[in-house]
Write a protein that binds this ligand. Sequence first.
Ligand SMILES: Nc1ncnc2c1ncn2[C@@H]1O[C@H](COP(=O)(O)OP(=O)(O)OP(=O)(O)O)[C@@H](O)[C@H]1O
Length: 513
Amino acid sequence: MSERPILLSVEGITKAYPGVVANSDVSFAIREGEVHALLGENGAGKSTMVKMIYGLVKPDTGRMTWKGGDYAPAAPRVARATGVAMVFQHFSLFEALNVAENVALGMENPPPMKQLAARIKAVSEEYGLPLDPSRMVGDLSAGERQRVEIIRCLLQDPRLLIMDEPTSVLTPQEVEVLFRTLRQLSAEGTAILYISHKLEEIRSLCDAATILRRGKVVGTADPKASTARELAEMMVGATLTPPERPAPKDWGGPHAALEVKRLAVASPIAFGTSLKDVTFTVRKGEVLGIAGVAGNGQDELLLALSGEIRSGDGMVKATGVSVGAMGPAERRKIGFVMAPEDRLGHGAAPDMSLVENAFLTGGVRKGLTRNGFINWPAAREFAEAIIKTYDVRTPGSHVAARALSGGNLQKFVVGRELMQNPDVIVINQPTWGVDAAAAAAIRQAILDRAAEGAAVVVISQDLEELLEIADTFAVLNEGRLTAPRPVKGLTIDQIGLMMGGAHGMEVAHLAEA
Ligand SMILES: Nc1ncnc2c1ncn2[C@@H]1O[C@H](COP(=O)(O)OP(=O)(O)OP(=O)(O)O)[C@@H](O)[C@H]1O
């Protein structure tokens, strides 16, 4: 690999934001056809670096070269014209338009629709990314939406493809398909700059890795010759310990802290999935893990449990109280907390400070008001306690939520809920975009709350995570939940069967056999 010529070289790049140096004197090089990983903890500066390469952010100092010549893209348009393409973590697609129309919107000079549809088909076949140009994007899975973005990139014939955490929304099968495509591109000479927190994926896919810590390059590694643990420890600069499960406590009988019975609600989201007959119970001290591919009712389940969608009498009971008619604030009052997946917008108000965001959902239970007014010193104290306990990397609690790196905001949103002395916790994708050390800390915090007697529902696409922390396990599929089963003794085959698309009773019946 080392004989290949250098495509992009980053030399001594520094970029500072108020209060933080996001990249400090960063240098590395990517060779043609190389799959190069950019590794680092949350807030290490990975996104900032790729935004500079893509022309979205301007470096303060330092330089870049492209095939030996100066490269300083003033805008993404210039980067694209040079041969740089980027697939973002969050897709920017229009659900009410079809695939070809969406692709056309991202192009400088789109060809006539018929011709474009034919090219999309050709590229999708060539690279093994099945996609029908005439389908509405609203009907596509997350994996298929990502293919739209990738094909949009491939139509530009890029020399460097940047991917920012591409697998967090994919099923294991979709990851396989994506990796085959990326390997093919690399074999054809396209370089790939790959950001991910999933170290096993990095080991199987990448030829080289540059490791960032707090904005600085702290090392390089050959991912194939390193263990995931070694890579994680380079990122963190310390030794890692896996979460420990405290000994289970007997909370006195089969008392259900959260009881969901035949929950059926229509989805308020366009192209959403309605919940059909969802039934489960979680006892004090128990963690229920709900697996499934995003878009199968996870958001709706969270909305129905949080109180943003109301449900019929008796469908949701928390600590024995029927809460179906209650809104979020009332539910919080009785100790029912929740953290949605969408941390910007739903989980946090982007333009508000961390203090204001701490107040938003913590106000009721932490008693952050006095005589009907917000008690700002108390709210600040709460925000600062979250920052300290959850190691949120930020210059301070006055900072707006949107200025945090994705993973640090996630730590803040999860920490804010777990620090409210909850009785029932519902949490969607708790470690989404969070680095290995922080993910371990969040899982530990969930187990600790359970040990204190909370009933916990964790919704996640990360099977390993669920098997590590859950006591019982169920799968959400097209709005239906399989019967929860104890994690202990569950085999991969049984999980596969539950995940496999068969519904409800049928799966429970099959898995029992
Ligand atoms: N627009 C901005 N304004 C202020 N600070 C910012 C801005 N963008 C990033 N930062 C800060 O720069 C640092 C690096 O952030 P960056 O998003 O590059 O990290 P990252 O390695 O991509 O993290 P993650 O894995 O969590 O996505 C963080 O401390 C972040 O808070």
